[in-house]
Design a protein around this ligand. Sequence first.
Ligand code: ARE
Ligand code: CA
Length: 595
Amino acid sequence: MNWEAIYHIDDVPYAFPVRPDAVKVRIRAKRGDVRKANVLHSDRYVAYRNEMPQELELVASTASHDYFEGVIVTETKRIRYVFQLEDGEGNSVWFGELGASPNRDMAGVFNIPYVSPSEVHELPEWVYDAVVYQIFPDRFRNGDESNDPPGTEPWTPDASPSAQSYYGGDLAGITEKLPYLQELGINLLYLTPVFVSPSTHKYDTTDYLAIDPHFGDIGQLKALVDEAHMRGIRVMLDAVFNHSGNQFFAFRDVVEKGEASRYKEWFFAERFPVVESPVPNYVTFGNAIATMPKLNTANEELKQYLLDVAAYWIRETGIDGWRLDVANEVDRTFWRDFRRAVKSEKPDALIVGEIMHHSGPWLRGDQFDGVMNYMLRTAMVDFFAKTSIGVREFSGRLSMIRMMYTDAANAAMFNLIGSHDTERFMTMCERHGFGWGEEKAVKEKMMLAVFFQMIYPGIPQIYYGDEVGMRGGEDPECRRPMLWQEEQQDGELLAFYRKVIALRRQYAALRRGKVRVWLEEESLGVLGIVRDDGTQRVAALINNSPLEAVVSAGSPFGSGPSGFILDAMSGVRYPHEGRLQLSLPPYGCALLCEE
Ligand code: ARE
Ligand code: CA
């Protein structure tokens, strides 16, 4: 056994409360090393050696490591525990706070002195059932031509927008299309910024307390939220608190009054007077983007101002949460206070940060619920669109990402294949797909990725237009106006989206079930994933290869209650006697369910 690979700490993500009386523990070992993993635990104040060993389950594997997990239930909320690992050759090792040792006492013990209820990362129940649709408001639907900005361009979905183009989309348009979204099956909307701003994307806020007149007004936002709620759809807005726009009143004040401005501490002026050109002498978002002065969110006065903004929109319009822009560059104390402010205004509000990389520090339950899962997107792009990694590597990356976070954080991720900041997924499939221009295979790869989104833990995210086959490279190409003409939409793709979203809503195991890898058929390109919520078990099969795959494997359904297993994708029934044999078409998938 490789002792050096064994790892656990008594902290997130290796130990975290899942209920006030239960803590999940995880331990890592070298892949394939450990045949049996146990945790021995008791109350901290009872005499040693009275513990019962509790066996842990192998829950995830990367190329190099296996991860074992178990839930310790505690009546007293005070836990003392130590791990004991066994390999296949009868060797055993103890692992405690002093490290690994063949001698139990030399390994020491881990302690969870007290599980405070406030440490449990509680998610609103609805989050488990959510499927989110992202809208870039200027480009979704023009519902009111009277508010169009000057120079509004014609709504041509194959046009090439510039960074400054306006297309006239607005809140009225979104409200008008709620029936379409309801029929699609989504139940959460995320709108990129809607507050007053001089740009088309509105990430440079002029007024945090007013809707941009080109999008509508607060009455129209209220109407949108009310109508959405009536249709079972929640609404989240974009909080751009890392920076403001340079037209924001406080920044104008600093530019005008310099050091005498009472808002000078709200920003990071390098010297006074503050100048915006030729090079800004203050900190901005990104690299010297003068129109986006960075906000000093550690400043108490500014903090209160922004927390009031967050509460105001919840209170006045009933929105259900916030997506946080450039979330990893904002003061973390600010985010902790933000969470308190938002949840005290609306206890079941959802908070999702925008972070493109490892997000552990923000996902301990004290700041965000989840993040936009760009790490998962990269894995999906590599596996489905580029085929630059195989089944094992993909599966390993999924495991790695899950093992970075708590169960709650994993459930609240926005699992996206693309956004307003990335090339569209279909375009990536095309670009990396087939020299021989196989239109069909390109679409099938896209469908596989969407199927995967729907069977995986976390909130599947759909970027407007992906569902009808819109194409587009990086910003601004990925922000074309929505394709509404039915004859131009990809009806087959849209039908597929509706079908797999409906399946996610039909099978509770896909939303709340634990996730286990069932099959990693590297040579076939087949991945099998099981979801199980304790009452229902479903198994998803994905054939990420241009060839038909004949899968013959031990069934994940045990002996099974009936003689048949249903593939909910095709409607085909397979005989079931402990073994499953079925064939998947090229880039095909199956969702197997007990009947
Ligand atoms: C505009 C132009 C672009 C141009 C850019 C540079 O449209 O074509 O390249 O200017 O000057 C908003 C607008 C953008 C606009 C930008 C600046 O939507 O259209 O770009 O403002 O005016 C990092 C951050 C991440 C951030 C991305 C963009 O970590 O938070 O950069 N995303 C948010 C929003 C954006 C928004 C802003 C922030 C600013 O979602 O839409 O942009 O409010 C790697 C790095 C990431 C990096 C990423 C960039 O993955 O690791 O950290 O993300 O690249 O894609
Ligand atoms: Ca309009």
